[in-house]
Write a protein that binds this ligand. Structure first.
Ligand code: NAD
Length: 231
């Protein structure tokens, strides 16, 4: 059985990372156009860096740890790695910290920086500024950006994602609001025979596209669901 899992900000909420779609429609007090678009970076790179620096510092705090949902997915992968693909929209490292090996981070990773000229990606835990030198070439200044996909940019490895969806026997969407495209469209790529399961605290605009909906916190419902699958 080929299983494709898509996770969103909701899976990390119980680890202390706020989700994106709060009741105020802002991401940590900002409109996304101000901080998470290529034009925002062109207009005001300092503000964009400050925004992601704050997010990165938060992720590095020791109380930010994988929860039972991340851990259950990592355990499941360890036993079924040939038939299991984990796709995440999250830019936090919690799936990796939980031990998941093959994580397709379609929106990139905040613990990485990318050179805007060469596309080179490097692990990155410090703050970034418009004065940050490239560690490989210290005379080159201010060319690094967070390795995350901004609104208006194409998510990574879409072809691979589409192919996996088209071949899936089971598709599970966990903690995603299903409003950020193209991630929200993955469920529609799955074949008619595919079992589609949504695990979320609340109903989403796409709940009707699923064959089963499970309402509840990811840390409880994901381990329960994967346990049932093993039996
Ligand atoms: P979203 O914030 O739009 O939606 C979160 C969803 O999770 C909601 O439907 C909510 O009902 C559900 N949810 C909240 N707590 C839950 C819980 N404990 N258990 C189960 N479900 C829960 O998230 P999205 O759909 O991933 O889109 C947000 C975008 O913002 C993504 O592209 C992502 O890159 C970015 N983002 C990432 C992080 C992160 O890396 N942790 C955090 C915030 C935003």
């Amino acid at each position: 059985m080929k299983i494709v899992v898509l996770t969103g900000a909701g899976i990390s909420a119980e680890s202390g990372i706020p989700t994106f779609r709060g009741s105020d429609g802002l991401w940590e007090g900002h409109r996304v156009e101000e901080v998470a678009t290529p034009s925002a970076f062109q207009k005001n790179p300092e503000l964009v860096h400050q925004f992601y620096n704050a997010r990165r510092r938060h992720l590095l705090q020791k109380e930010i740890r994988p929860n039972a949902a991340h851990l259950a997915l990592a355990e499941y992968e360890a036993e079924h790695d040939d038939e299991f693909l984990l796709i995440t929209q999250n830019i936090d490292p919690l799936h990796l910290l939980a031990g998941s090996k093959n994580v397709l981070a379609m929106h990139g990773q905040l613990m990485e920086a990318r050179c805007i000229e060469t596309g080179k990606v490097i692990p990155w835990k410090q703050d970034l500024t418009i004065h940050t030198p490239d560690p490989d070439l210290p005379t080159r200044i201010g060319r690094l950006r967070p390795n995350v996909v901004w609104f208006g940019e194409m998510p990574l490895r879409m072809h691979e994602i589409q192919q996996a969806a088209q071949n899936a026997d089971l598709f599970v969407a966990i903690g995603t609001s299903a409003v950020v495209y193209p991630a929200a469209g993955i469920v529609e790529e799955t074949p008619a025979t595919c079992q589609r399961v949504e695990i979320n605290l609340e109903e989403t605009p796409q709940s009707d596209a699923f064959t089963q909906t499970i309402r509840g916190p990811a840390s409880i419902e994901v381990p329960k669901f994967l346990n049932r699958l093993q039996r």
